[in-house]
Design a protein around this ligand. Structure first.
Ligand code: PLP
Length: 467
């Protein structure tokens, strides 16, 4: 590791990346938002084996421009509205650089005391912004840990909850353990349960529909629990979601938490996307009831400008050692110093700015929604709480099959232009288009879907000062 070479080449790389962000905005025609390459495109462009001799950075960057960029779906494009965003920022980027530079492996306190202690402090800060209950704070009976992803977070808590119940009632009951969630819950929950040895037939994904805007009905949960108890099953885990992947539906935490408490069930709250919005007082109501949860997770890499990956998880902790050894709070041993970037994001922007970025995204989604509502060709299909609009072309003559097909074709047409990328979902058998705002460079003008479509949004810049 030659420090002078790092300085020289680091500058070249920072220039390259800064140019990328500039060009994404100034020359969008050169960056189709959804990559348009075909599977296997790269194999023909690269040699079959690694080079024997070193090549230059310039040669390599040339290949990035010519060969890698065509295969990039530009999640950072201002016209990216698919899935949920993966938000970046200068602060997050600098935090990643510092992390890569220090490259410590803080699996125990001793292996890098600052890595452990900063993570504890920063997650206390974020917990306070979210007004999480004291039992999630390190100063209370809990604590936070930064997982890589929401999938890792749910796996960790399913395993913890499973071990808790097995300790209480004996290891032989594993086949009787049952878990609950709505049918809108992220697929990572099912995966976590299967990895955790929960029998596939014991994963209850309870039905939701438009009458609750796809949120879980507490009565369905209580009914399922009673039914299972009567049959000798042991309910031990409920995964409630605030902001589902499909439509940003919200499970009502207050009644669900009461039920969880009544039956001694671990309640996990998956707020991967919408949890970020809850740093704003006006959205905090969506996690009212978190007081009865045993764990809470959100993805700061989705909507808090903390570049991939950064998934804070808070848990109640029953036993505490003198120091935290984070290797015991996660699947892997090695771990990155992720709190650096979250710390930098919180310090370099300040919570007031972060709240305003989120509000601006929600405003843009609202404007898009207003426009769709006014256009007789379209309908908005769910109540919007955050920055996701679920909509579709309306059926003609009530023909739902044809309607699904038309919406499928519309989606393909929009995304094949490369000008904008939106995604889709299925709700009550309908093919639904999703317009999710969250890319940091997005301004109002980028919300214009497609020049041949009847949609034509007004344009005023919104997120200007992040990058
Ligand atoms: N939960 C919800 C509600 C999500 O939307 C997602 C991803 O979109 C996840 C969990 C999984 O998160 P990750 O991709 O960080 O594993």
């Amino acid at each position: 590791m030659d420090s002078e070479l790092l300085r020289e080449q680091g500058h070249i790389m920072v220039d390259f990346i800064a140019d990328y962000y500039r060009d994404l905005q100034d020359s969008p025609q050169d960056f189709p938002v959804l990559s348009q390459v075909q599977p296997g495109y790269l194999r023909d462009m690269l040699p079959n084996s690694a080079p024997d001799q070193p090549e230059s950075l310039n040669e390599l960057l040339d290949d990035v421009t010519k060969k890698i960029m065509p295969g990039i779906t530009h999640w950072q494009s201002p016209s990216y509205f698919a899935y949920y965003a993966s938000s970046t920022s200068v602060a997050g980027f600098l935090g990643e650089m510092l992390n890569a530079g220090l490259s410590v492996v803080g699996f125990t306190w001793q292996t890098s005391p600052a890595a452990t202690e900063l993570e504890i402090i920063v997650l206390d800060w974020l917990a306070k912004l979210l007004q999480l209950p004291d039992h999630f704070l390190s100063t209370g009976h809990g604590g936070g840990v930064i997982q890589g992803t929401g999938c890792e977070a749910v796996l960790v808590v399913v395993l913890a909850a499973r071990d808790r119940i097995l300790k209480q009632v004996g290891k032989t009951v594993l086949p009787q353990l049952v878990v609950y969630a709505s049918d809108q819950t992220h697929s990572s929950f099912r995966k976590a349960c299967l990895i955790g040895g929960i029998h596939e037939d014991n994963i209850r994904l309870l039905r939701t529909d438009s009458s609750t805007n796809y949120g879980l009905l507490p009565e369905s949960l209580e009914e399922a629990i009673s039914h299972d108890l009567a049959k000798g099953f042991i309910p031990f885990f409920i995964c409630a979601t605030v902001g589902t992947t499909s439509s940003a539906a919200v499970d009502p935490l207050v009644p669900l938490g009461k039920i969880a408490k009544k039956y001694g069930i671990w309640m996990h709250v998956d707020a991967a996307y919408a949890g970020n919005a809850c740093i704003c007082p006006e959205y905090r109501k969506f996690i009212d009831g978190v007081e009865n949860a045993d764990s809470f997770n959100m993805n700061a890499h989705k909507w808090l400008f903390a570049n991939q990956t950064c998934s804070p998880l808070w848990v109640k902790v029953s036993e505490k050692d003198a120091v935290v050894n984070y290797k015991d709070w996660q699947i892997s041993l090695s771990r990155r110093f992720r709190s650096l970037k979250l710390w930098m994001v919180l310090r370099l922007y300040g919570s007031e700015n972060l709240r305003n970025f989120i509000r601006e995204h929600v405003n843009l989604a609202k404007q898009f929604e207003d426009y769709v509502t006014q256009d007789p060709h379209f309908e908005v299909v769910t109540t919007r709480y955050f920055s996701l609009v679920c909509f579709r072309l309306v059926p003609v003559d009530g023909d739902e099959d044809k309607c699904n097909q038309r919406n499928r074709e519309l989606l393909a047409a929009i995304n094949s232009t490369g000008k904008i990328f939106i995604s889709h979902t299925a709700l009550s058998g309908q093919f639904i288009l999703r317009f999710a705002v969250g890319a940091p460079l997005t301004e109002e003008k980028h919300g214009r879907l497609y020049k041949n479509m009847p949609l034509n949004l007004p344009a005023t810049a919104i997120v200007k000062n992040i990058l």
